[in-house]
Design a binder for this molecule. Structure first.
Ligand code: NAD
Length: 492
């Protein structure tokens, strides 16, 4: 029961895990300030967390710089670094259920999803990057015959990393795994909504033998701690995941300070295209999952469901019936499919978008309101008759609101699917190989899922076209984000 799980996790949140982690020590913010972090099921405060600001970012960056220049980290062999990552992965695996419970408590995501999918994926990511650590090397280049030319692949230095709240631990893994495998040191700013699990796992990292100062964690707010990190003169690299608007801000901060290298993973409005030959029942199920997974709070959510006109009516009826069957409730309970939205701000925003859909004459098929009297639960909502120029078809809603649009032919749906500022992901549902090939090439998105959606693996790259970001995370591609290439030339 939820009570039993709460009993299990409450002792995990001791005062040591709500402080900032700087130079291997849990410390208060320099200002002494704290901020509350909440349980989205009830809106109640779980804990007060140290509120880092510019001064704490300075302290953390100094620690990371010292660890990079003079600590044991740069002198270690890549194999030793790899072993620390592997020991860390083992420790997280050992504490899988408690960490997952804390993730659910602070975020509202399903406990089953956190414990059985996200934590194992987190562990897998660290093992994957541990595997890369001692396989990073340069090459020799047969250039001018009278010179010996080689390249060295070196860590960039101090990496600043800023992450969002929707997948607190997975975003940690996507960023910290490759940065450490490449030998960098890190200052990570967690999201103000979900500061807890990063601190718990960072403690395990030190138990695994990570030297002090290599991974520093500052909890705090975007415009203060986040902006200080993005504009810091001694940070060599910034990796950001969050909204497109904030992505623009941090890119400007980086440009105006020291031109640090920047990778951005931003928002999306991903099309999910269901062709006339699709198996309707399967398509309904996958389109439902593509949108409603994680309470609709996914950067790559399939938030524009394009359905061919020949199967539109059947699809719509079944999609509505599926949404009505969706079980909303306490994310700790077995059988629940949807928990609360992260906080009151997101909850209100989702309800505003639902109102805008109704006001713009989309047809509300089901849902549309809040559920319960406390916490931030939203009814699974389906709109039909959605037109491309409606706000619900253009903006990232980040909630359980499915917009269903009708199309006639492939050229038309390609044009409409691509008519967005975003380009993070896309889904295609068809039995026809030629249609799949045409769409796969034509869609301007960093990931195209064919007859599936949200399939992730440590080895599969992820990132956006257009205003969904730049650079790729995960897989071998992420290593490029954390390496400098040095050309060395000497006469033979
Ligand atoms: P957000 O942009 O509000 O915040 C993200 C992070 O940026 C937080 O840590 C926040 O504190 C920080 N921040 C805010 N203002 C800042 C500033 N002025 N300077 C520096 N840092 C600042 O986004 P969010 O609401 O936390 O997350 C949801 C967004 O993240 C959605 O748009 C979603 O699509 C996107 N997202 C993208 C991916 C991806 O891989 N592309 C993955 C997850 C989430």
């Amino acid at each position: 029961t939820a009570a039993a799980v709460e009993e299990l996790i409450t002792p995990q949140v001791s005062i040591n895990h709500t402080q900032l982690l700087i130079n291997g020590q849990f410390v208060d913010a320099a200002s002494g300030k704290t901020f509350p972090t909440y349980d989205p099921r009830t809106g109640e405060v779980i804990a007060q967390v140290a509120e880092g600001d510019a001064e704490d970012i300075n302290r953390a960056v100094s620690a990371a710089r010292e660890a990079f220049d003079n600590g044991p980290w740069p002198k270690m062999t890549a194999y030793e670094r790899s072993r620390i990552l592997l020991r860390f992965a083992d420790l997280v695996e050992k504490h899988n259920d408690e960490i997952a419970a804390l993730e659910t408590w602070n975020n509202g995501k399903l406990y089953d999803q956190a414990a059985k999918t996200e934590l194992p994926m987190f562990v897998r990511l660290f093992r994957y990057y541990a595997g890369w650590a001692d396989k990073i090397h340069g090459m020799t280049i047969p250039a001018d015959g009278s010179y010996h030319v080689q390249t060295l692949h070196e860590p960039i230095g101090v990496a600043g990393q800023i992450i969002p709240w929707n997948f607190p631990l997975l975003m940690f893994a996507w960023k910290v795994g490759p940065a450490l495998a490449c030998g960098n040191t890190i200052v990570l700013k967690t999201s103000e909504q979900t500061p807890l699990t990063a601190l718990i796992v960072a403690k395990l990292f030190h138990e695994a033998g990570l030297p002090p100062g290599v991974l520093n964690i500052v909890s705090g707010f975007g415009p203060t701690a986040g902006a200080s990190l993005a504009s810091h003169m001694d940070v060599d690299k910034l990796a950001f995941t969050g909204s497109t608007d904030t992505g623009k801000t941090v890119l400007q901060l980086a440009a105006r300070s020291n031109l640090k290298q920047v990778t951005l993973e931003l928002g999306g409005k991903s099309p999910f295209i269901i062709c006339e030959d699709a198996d309707v029942d399967k398509a309904v199920e996958i389109a439902h999952f593509a949108l409603f997974f994680n309470q609709g709070q996914c950067c790559c959510a399939g938030s524009r469901t394009f359905v061919h006109e020949s199967i539109y009516d059947e699809f719509l009826e079944k999609a509505k019936e599926r949404a009505l069957r969706r079980v909303v409730g306490d994310p700790f309970k077995n059988g629940v499919e949807q928990g609360p939205q992260i906080d009151s701000k997101q909850f209100e925003k989702v309800l505003r978008y639902i109102k805008s859909g109704i006001d713009s004459n989309a047809t509300l098929e089901c849902g549309g309101g809040r559920l319960g009297s406390k916490g931030f639960f939203v009814q699974p909502t389906v709109f039909s008759n959605v037109q491309d120029d409606m706000l619900i078809a253009k903006d990232e809603i980040f909630g359980p609101v499915q917009s269903i649009l009708k199309f006639r032919d492939i050229d038309e749906v390609i044009r409409r699917a691509n008519a967005t500022q975003y380009g993070l992901a896309a889904g295609v549902f068809t039995k026809n190989l030629s249609t799949a090939n045409t769409l796969m090439r034509a869609l301007r998105a960093g990931t195209v899922w064919i007859n599936c959606f949200d399939v992730f693996d440590a080895a599969i790259p992820f990132g956006g076209y257009k205003m969904s970001g730049n650079g790729r995370e995960k897989g071998i591609y992420s290593l490029n984000n954390y390496l400098q290439v040095k050309a060395v030339v000497s006469p033979l």
